[in-house]
Design a protein around this ligand. Structure first.
Ligand SMILES: NC(=O)C1=CN([C@@H]2O[C@H](COP(=O)(O)OP(=O)(O)OC[C@H]3O[C@@H](n4cnc5c(N)ncnc54)[C@H](O)[C@@H]3O)[C@@H](O)[C@H]2O)C=CC1
Ligand SMILES: O=C([O-])CC(=O)C(=O)O
Length: 332
């Protein structure tokens, strides 16, 4: 088998390396990882796609490698192959870790996922310390501070290159607001700030584009639905996992924005949970401008109405605890 595939490879005429970025997905065989890997295989900005997981990447890799798009896919399985999966990468996307079941909060995932994120980020620090790292694994409000502490310990921390993925909150907000307004969701943009769990997810409905006004009932309905969108999916999946397909879509959209930023495109703005001075907290999600260096600029929150100011106070209280928990996990 081995010989046949070597023979087959040797029969192929060498192709010059296609221009583009090298991207690794860690947790690539999972519910998010597989559709995300497919979407990244379809992205023309990607020249090399490394799929790493502790199980099942050979099959996922064989399957995706038959797609006639230009990215070259390679699979890596098990911790012994982590360093090879990461070496030379420009962008590392991390959806590794366990998902919620009904009745759990994202914070209930901390005990398992914190250790997974630490191990993977130690690999990033060793093998591709200059890569952009986008973290999906929950609880994002704590896993991003964990990653920052791992990188600080390794002496490789660059706050501009570590981003928590909160795009799904924006994707949901755009969808739900468009439903209420009777618009196409592609024409709606809702900034969602704060973090990625419950009350820390703060949609700024006063800043919706196109400019729109909402009744107090609509604001209450939309805020609740956006904050609990993840739970809506967890309950509907009834114990088999959380959002995977919409998350893969959101992560692929965010990764594409990161790659366009790295390429030097102008005016790329996305919401993301990053090291921030927008509030007194060390991490906060808000609109950020992406560029060659990663996060080039963090946008101010803009004017908030009274409902949003009160939501911000609640968000900050919970965020402070989640950040502290993540930092302490590495420091203690
Ligand atoms: N940021 C966000 O908006 C969202 C985050 N999530 C989170 O994403 C994570 C993954 O969710 P799913 O893909 O649905 O879970 P899943 O269980 O389907 O897949 C997770 C994958 O991670 C792999 N994995 C476990 N330990 C690993 C390790 N040490 N190294 C590499 N891979 C490892 C597993 O083998 C599995 O293939 C969960 O923590 C979930 O809560 C989910 C939806 C949205
Ligand atoms: O709700 C969950 O556990 C997964 C998640 O983060 C989301 O769907 O927003």
């Amino acid at each position: 088998m081995e010989e046949t595939s070597l023979l087959r490879q040797s029969m192929c005429r060498a192709k010059g390396g296609a221009p583009g970025f090298k991207v690794a997905i860690l947790g690539a065989a999972g519910g998010i990882g597989q559709p995300l890997a497919m979407l990244m295989k379809m992205n023309p900005l990607v020249s090399v796609l490394h799929l790493y997981d502790v199980v099942n990447t050979p099959g996922v890799t064989a399957d995706l490698s038959h797609m006639n798009t230009s990215a070259v896919v390679k699979g890596f399985v098990g911790q012994a192959q982590l360093d090879n999966a990461l070496t030379g990468m420009d962008l590392v996307i991390i959806p590794a870790g366990v998902p919620r079941k009904p009745g759990m909060t994202r914070d209930d995932l901390f005990n398992i996922n914190a250790g997974i994120v630490r191990t993977l980020c130690e690999g990033v620090a060793r093998c591709c310390p200059n890569a952009l790292v986008t973290l999906i694994s929950n609880p994002v409000n704590s896993t991003v501070p964990i990653a920052a502490e791992v990188f600080k310990k390794a002496g490789t921390y660059n706050p501009r290159r570590l981003l928590g993925v909160t795009t799904l909150d924006v994707v949901r907000a755009n969808t739900f607001v468009a439903e209420v307004l009777g618009l196409d969701p592609r024409d709606v943009n809702v900034p969602v700030v704060g973090g990625h769990a419950g009350v820390t997810i703060l949609p700024l409905l006063s800043q919706v584009k196109p400019p729109s006004s909402f009744t107090p009932e609509e604001v209450a309905y939309l805020t609740d639905r956006i904050q609990n969108g993840g739970t809506e999916v967890v309950e509907a999946k009834a114990g088999t996992g959380s959002a995977t397909l919409s998350m893969a879509y959101a992560a692929a959209q965010f990764a594409d924005a990161c790659l366009r930023g790295l390429r030097g495109d102008a005016g790329i703005v996305e919401c993301s949970y990053v090291a921030s001075q927008v509030t007194e907290l060390p991490f906060f999600a808000s609109k950020v401008r992406l560029g060659r260096g990663g996060v080039e600029e963090i946008m101010p929150l803009g004017p908030l109405n009274e409902f949003e100011r009160s939501g911000l106070e609640k968000a900050k209280k919970e965020l402070a605890e989640s950040i502290h928990k993540g930092v302490s996990f590495i420091k203690s």
